[in-house]
Ligand binder design. Structure first.
Ligand code: TEU
Length: 521
């Protein structure tokens, strides 16, 4: 790793484009909405944007089903809009990284349409996983794999002769057929995609399902009872060792663009296996999801940090931290909701921003948004809802559009009242406009914390040392001498030695109250 790499101590801000800001009044966020609000990101001192997929897509999984990886969907503003975004972001010193989705395409991709038309045994089918079914008439799927969103991972097609025929594999929705990365055409096309965006000035990529592109020979059955939206390390659907060859190929391409970064979505829990993706010739960064998996518990927090640092230590990689994204429950809700959930979310944010390495902030986190748990069933759009037979409501609750201004929905997100997901009336108290003027607000808190993180020398450096603390608190000294203390217990505790420079809530008689974190130097 190069010590000077911009991404080694950066703040990435994830924009879920449908939900950020709508510029054309269709109720769905778009790229020009983001361009119009870059001042918000500048005031947050973020270094880079991670933009969730905006390529041409039927939107079965809101853009994670890509029909043309080298064009922008008209819903998001087309190519002119991304060109405006690249230059407007760069003018403000903000980098732009894009999501790429190499594990699968949309079923509307010309390759998949050609595969359907060409029939069994053709080269066109070799770009995907087409297999004959089991049973005397092929009436059973080729194996027992389930889709991450629920139901079988196999869908049977109607062949050109009009009869039911082969099955194709889709680890996600039916409309997201998995690509066969053993076919060299697949890599060649992905290389074209990477170069296409890098040549237009994009600063790097978040690589979707980076542990999914290789499948074990023979596609052996998985164990029974795999839960929707989760998988363990022994799951044959993911993390087959030959995936590392794919990453080495990607790295060779990206290395032609010296400042470009790759960030892999690697849902692998075992440290040694996870770390393999961060070898010097593979990904630059890997998401570490441990902080999204734990409660507000001092022991769990210490363990997650220790474990993450141990994992990146294996191949001398850069640590990354994230509390939420568009796939997981928002932290305010995870930590208990309401006032207590928000206090804890702010405390955890302060802790995360004290840790050495790179952080990812999910849009709305800076406003203290909770999940919207009471979305009416008829508005749910995550494929998980349908595919789980209406047993899992899915991820819409953490994707509700951002409230910008005003006293009623759509809160300046759009000029249309018909936003793609309804916005709760009580978010009137959480708008950017309302929080901007309030020094105690969560937005002001994030702005101040991120400004300190950017400006103060105590935030340089890569070390972390645990300091003595009560068992239900977390206290460490990190980087250039910054001390961070978080109280996850039920009574106030004395602050460690040093001068307090910031806290996630008021200190009480010079002590650190429950559910509050502080920085000292
Ligand atoms: O997610 C991949 C993935 O494995 C997740 O679905 C994960 O298992 C789950 O969310 C854990 O809680 C990526 C994208 O982030 C997601 O939005 C897409 O739906 C998915 O890939 C398919 O492209």
């Amino acid at each position: 790793m190069s010590p000077a790499a911009w991404w080694s101590n950066a703040v990435f801000y994830q924009v879920y484009p449908r939900s950020f800001a709508d510029s054309n009044g269709d109720g769905v966020g778009d790229i020009d909405g983001l361009v119009a609000h870059l001042d918000h990101l500048e005031r947050l001192s973020v270094d880079a944007i991670w933009l969730s997929p905006v390529m041409v897509s039927p939107m079965a999984d809101h853009g994670y089903d890509v029909a043309d990886p080298r064009d922008i969907d008209p819903l998001f503003g087309g190519m002119p809009a991304i060109e405006r975004l690249i230059s407007a972001a760069h003018e403000r010193g903000i980098k732009l990284t894009m999501d790429v989705v190499p594990n699968h395409t949309s079923s509307a991709h010309p390759w998949f349409q050609a595969a359907l038309a060409a029939g069994p045994g053709t080269d066109a089918r070799e770009r995907y996983y087409f297999r004959d079914g089991l049973g005397s008439a092929g009436e059973l799927p080729p194996n027992n794999w389930t889709s991450v969103f629920g139901g079988s991972a196999w869908t049977r097609v109607v062949e050109p002769d009009g009869n039911p025929g082969q099955y194709y594999l889709h680890l996600f929705d039916t409309e997201q057929p998995d690509l066969n990365w053993e076919n060299p055409e697949v890599f060649d096309d992905f290389e074209k995609t990477l170069r296409f965006w890098l040549d237009r000035g994009v600063d790097g990529f978040r690589i979707d399902v980076a542990h999914g592109m290789a499948k074990p020979p023979g596609l052996p059955d998985a164990k029974e009872g795999v839960k929707v939206l989760s998988h363990s390390d022994d799951d044959p659907r993911f993390n087959h060792p030959s995936v590392h060859e794919v990453h080495r190929g990607i790295r060779k391409v990206v290395d032609n663009y010296p400042d470009a970064v790759t960030i892999g979505e690697v849902w692998v829990m075992d440290n040694a296996l996870w770390a393999e993706y961060l070898r010097p010739d593979e990904l630059h960064l890997g998401f570490n999801f441990r902080l999204t998996k734990i409660g507000f518990d001092a022991g769990e927090i210490r363990h997650a940090i220790d474990n993450s640092l141990a994992a990146i230590g294996i191949h001398d990689a850069v640590p990354t931290w994230t509390l939420s994204n568009h796939d997981v429950d928002r932290e305010v809700t995870r930590y208990g909701g309401g006032e207590i959930g928000l206090r804890r979310a702010r405390a955890m944010a302060l802790l995360m921003l004290a840790l050495p390495g790179t952080v990812f902030v999910y849009n709305g986190e800076e406003l203290g948004l909770p999940d919207v748990l009471d979305l009416p069933e008829e508005v749910l759009q995550d494929p998980t809802w349908e595919r789980s037979g209406h047993t899992e409501r899915g991820r819409d609750k953490c994707r509700v559009p951002l409230p910008w201004s005003g006293d009623a929905p759509p809160f300046g997100f759009s000029t249309s009242d018909d936003t793609w997901l309804p916005m709760p009336a009580e978010w009137a108290a959480l708008t950017v406009q309302k929080q901007q003027g309030d020094p105690e607000s969560t937005l002001s808190f994030f702005q101040k914390a991120l400004e300190l993180r950017r400006k103060r020398v105590e935030f340089d450096g890569v070390e972390l040392e645990w300091l003595t603390s009560p068992s239900d608190a977390v206290i460490f000294r990190a980087r250039g001498g910054l001390v961070c203390a978080l109280n996850a217990g039920e009574t106030a505790i004395p602050l460690p030695a040093g001068e307090p420079i910031f806290a996630s809530g008021p200190l009480v008689d010079g002590q650190l109250p429950p559910d509050v974190a502080a920085w000292l130097v």
